[in-house]
Design a protein around this ligand. Structure first.
Ligand code: TXA
Ligand code: MG
Length: 363
C-alpha cells in the first residue's frame, strides 16, 4: 500500500483507521508496539499472516471479540480461530492437548494449520460460538507472531474481510472492506499462501478436515492415516462434521461464476464455447485461466492464476482475482478447474463455493 496516499483518505465509519508499515525495519518496532497496545486495550487490529490477513482482538476479552463480529457483519454462530505465538500458549486454552496435537504442532507449526481441540473454561463463549471446541493456530508470519508475543494475549481472528466477500490477501483489501470500522491495519505486503489455513478437527473419535487450506492434506495423511477428507462439496455433505463457517455463502463474486471441470483439453474447449455463447448474449465474460490455456480464450477479461501444475500459484492469486473481477463489471466468470493435489484441493474448494455449485462438466 502506498502510505503517502493515506493522508487524504476518507473514513467510511466512525473510527479512524490507522495503517502502519510493518515491513519497513524503521517503522516495524513502533507499528508492532502500537498494535499490541490496541489489542491490550480491547481494540481491533488487522494483521498479515502467511495465509490471509486476520482481524484480531484479545481472545480473552469478550467485548473486544464481540466487536470483531460487528465490524465484519459476521453471524455469531461462526466461531473464531485463536492465534498464538508459541505452541505452549495453546495449553491454557484447551482442556486437553493430545499427543497427536503435540506431534502435528512440531511438524506443521508455525504454519497454515488450525487444530480444533476441546476448549478450556478460559476462553469466552463468544469466541467458540458456544461450541465445546476451539480452533488454535500458530501462524508462520513473523510480524503476526511478534505482535501476539508483544501483546502477551492470545488473539482471536477471522479473515479481515466483510463477511461473504473474498478473504483479504493485501492491506489494500482490508482497507477497502474495513476502513472506519477498525483501529489499525498492519501492512505486511501480500500474503504468500493466499488461501486460509487448513482446519483439522482433532476433538472427535477420528481426525476430520473441516476446511481444506494452506497445509496440504497429503502432508497430514503421513501422520494421520485415518484422516477423513471430504469431497469438494464439503459444506453439503450430510453427516460429516463441518466447520460452521462452511455453511455460509462465501467468496461470492457479484458476477455468476461457473466452474468448468474435466480433462484439460475438454475444459478449454468447453470454455471457448461458453465464451462465444455468453458474448452472443451481450454478457461481459471473464475467465480465470491457467497460464498454459490463457492465450486461447477470447474473452473480455482473462486473468491468469498460474501454471496448471503449480496450484500454489492459483492459491496465491485467487482472492485478489475475485476482487478484481468485482470491480471489472464482468457478468459471467468461467473458471478452469485446477489440479487437485497440494493446494489445488483448497483452490477447488474455494472456486466450488464461489460458484454456489454451478458446475459445467466438460465432455
Ligand atoms: O488462515 C486462516 O485460518 C485465517 C487467518 C487470519 O488465520 N483465518 C480464517 O478465519 O480464515 P475465519 O474465521 O475466516 O475462518 C475460520 C473457519 C471457519 O470456517 C470456522 O467455522 C472454523 O474455522 N472454525 C473455527 N473454530 C472452529 C471450531 N471450534 N470448530 C469447528 N470449526 C471452527
Ligand atoms: Mg473468513
Amino acid at each position: 500500500m502506498k502510505h503517502d496516499e493515506l493522508d487524504n483518505r476518507i473514513d467510511k465509519g466512525s473510527t479512524t483507521t490507522l495503517v502502519l508499515d510493518v515491513k519497513d525495519p524503521h517503522s516495524r518496532g513502533d507499528a508492532i508496539s502500537k498494535a499490541a497496545t490496541i489489542l491490550q486495550n480491547g481494540g481491533l487490529v488487522a494483521f498479515p499472516t502467511e495465509t490471509v490477513y486476520g482481524l484480531g482482538a484479545n481472545a480473552l476479552n469478550e467485548k473486544a471479540v464481540k466487536s470483531i463480529f460487528a465490524a465484519k457483519g459476521r453471524p455469531a454462530d461462526n466461531p473464531l480461530i485463536v492465534h498464538i505465538s508459541k505452541w505452549e500458549e495453546a495449553l491454557p486454552l484447551v482442556s486437553s492437548f493430545p499427543e497427536i496435537a503435540r506431534l502435528l504442532a512440531e511438524k506443521f507449526w508455525p504454519g497454515p494449520l488450525t487444530m480444533v481441540l476441546p476448549v478450556s473454561s478460559a476462553v469466552p463463549k463468544v469466541v467458540t460460538a458456544g461450541l465445546d471446541t476451539v480452533g488454535i493456530r500458530l501462524p508462520a508470519n513473523e510480524y503476526a507472531r511478534e505482535m501476539i508475543r508483544t501483546a502477551g494475549v492470545p488473539v482471536a481472528a477471522p479473515s479481515a474481510n466483510v463477511s461473504g466477500s473474498p478473504s483479504p490477501t493485501s492491506a489494500e483489501h482490508v482497507y477497502h472492506d474495513l476502513a472506519g470500522k477498525i483501529d489499525l491495519i498492519l501492512d505486511g505486503g501480500s500474503c504468500e499462501v493466499g488461501v486460509e489455513s487448513t482446519v483439522l478437527d482433532l476433538a472427535g473419535p477420528v481426525p476430520v478436515i473441516l476446511r481444506p487450506g494452506g497445509t496440504p492434506v497429503e502432508e497430514l495423511l503421513k501422520y494421520l492415516p485415518d484422516l477423513i477428507v471430504p469431497g469438494l462439496e464439503i459444506a453439503e455433505t450430510e453427516g460429516v462434521p463441518r466447520a460452521p463457517g462452511m455453511k455460509y455463502r462465501h467468496y461470492a463474486p457479484k458476477a455468476k461464476l461457473l466452474l468448468v471441470v474435466g480433462e484439460v483439453d475438454k475444459v478449454a474447449a468447453a470454455i471457448r464455447k461458453e465464451i462465444a455463447s455468453w458474448q452472443a448474449r451481450r454478457s461481459k465474460v471473464a475467465v480465470l485461466a491457467s497460464k498454459e490455456n490463457a492465450a486461447q480464450y477470447k474473452a473480455d477479461i482473462v486473468i491468469v492464476l498460474g501454471e496448471r501444475e503449480r496450484p500454489q500459484e492459483a492459491a496465491q492469486h485467487l482472492f485478489a482475482a475475485l476482487r478484481e473481477l468485482d470491480d471489472s463489471g464482468a457478468n459471467i466468470i468461467l473458471a478452469e478447474c485446477t489440479e487437485q493435489a497440494g493446494l489445488g484441493y483448497a483452490v477447488m474448494n474455494r472456486l466450488w463455493k464461489a460458484s454456489g455449485g454451478d458446475i459445467i462438466r466438460a465432455r
